[in-house]
Design a protein around this ligand. Structure first.
Ligand code: BJW
Ligand code: ZN
Length: 242
């Protein structure tokens, strides 16, 4: 074990408040495709083409078919050792850890994380475009086009698309956690989508010890205290091991 790795373990253990940001890379070892990079295509579509309000307005059927396909894929996936290690770290922190995720797959909660801050929503929730009603909906396949049980309006995925604002209360929780953290972990994200990508900088400016875990270089390089190069499912369990 390198001295750097040991330093990260010590800083994590000593911190009273830890903030964690995860991205698609954390679910990659569960079999959920990432958005960018060589395998970064969802059934041949780029997120930027289908994850927009304009795409949904122009062709809701096409967008729903893409989400239905993704829901089926995610339903067949299980949390991996990275999700489990973060849930263990949270239990050990006794309320001092906030897990913030950009992922919409719900795998952190399935691994036992108590109350993850889901910045970009959740693929298992739907929202009525007419009355705004929110509901959990785990049907796979989902009837296309799905309709609201209350008003008959068209449902959409409860997901933050490009150009849409994040829910204010959700973003506030994330910002608060990163601004007050003594240590921050940034795991499996390419760091290009804002405002999520700005959270690490908030922690750094407030004096936190910031660690990145990623097998590939990202824009965080040089702006964090330590980069642990490797897969989340291999690095995180070692970090958390007693
Ligand atoms: C591994 C691994 C392993 C692989 N272990 N690691 C400031 C500057 C510039 C632009 C903007 C800005 N502020 C806002 C914007 C506009 C826009 C934006 O950021 N655009 C940039 C792309 C340029 N942001 C927004 O529109 C946001 N809204 C907003 O800010 O509203 C106000 C506003 C609007 C417009 C202008 C200004 C202000 C909303 C963003 C919503 C993002 N939604 C998506 C799609 C959800 C759809 C869905 O899932 O159905 O969320 S985009 C997509 O990217 C998804 C992800 O959550 C997000 C981040 O991706 P992530 O997680 O980083 O994944 P990848 O694939 O990019 O990276 C994977 C990483 O894992 C890689 O690094 C691998 O190396 C690594 N990896 N295997 C560990 N085993
Ligand atoms: Zn409705």
């Amino acid at each position: 074990m390198t001295a750097e790795f040991e330093q990260v373990r010590e800083r994590l253990a000593a911190a009273r408040r830890v903030a964690v940001l995860t991205g698609a890379g954390v679910s990659a070892e569960s079999g959920v495709p990432t958005f960018r990079g060589p395998d970064g295509l969802w059934r041949g579509f780029r997120a930027e083409e289908l994850a927009t309000p304009e795409a949904f307005a122009a062709d809701p059927k096409r967008v729903w078919e893409w989400y239905d396909w993704r829901r089926g894929l995610i339903a067949a996936c299980r949390p991996n050792p990275a999700h489990e290690a973060l849930a263990a770290l949270e239990r050990r922190a006794g309320g001092g850890l906030t897990l913030v995720t950009q992922n919409v797959d719900g795998l952190h909660a399935r691994a036992g994380s108590g109350d993850p801050v889901e910045l970009h929503g959740n693929i298992w929730r739907v929202r009525c475009t007419a009355c705004g009603r929110l509901a959990e909906d785990r049907r796979v396949p989902i009837p296309i086009l799905p309709r609201c049980g209350a008003c008959g309006g068209l449902l959409r995925p409860h997901i933050v698309w490009f150009g849409e604002s994040l829910e204010a209360a959700v973003l506030e929780r994330a910002v608060g956690a990163f601004e007050s953290a003594e240590a921050a972990l940034i795991v499996g994200t390419s760091g290009v989508v804002h405002p999520a990508a700005s959270l690490a900088g908030l922690a750094k400016r407030a004096g936190a010890f910031v660690v990145e875990v990623n097998p590939e270089p990202t824009p965080y390089g040089g702006r964090v205290d330590v980069t642990l190069e490797g897969k989340a499912g291999e690095v995180l369990p070692r970090l958390v091991a007693a």
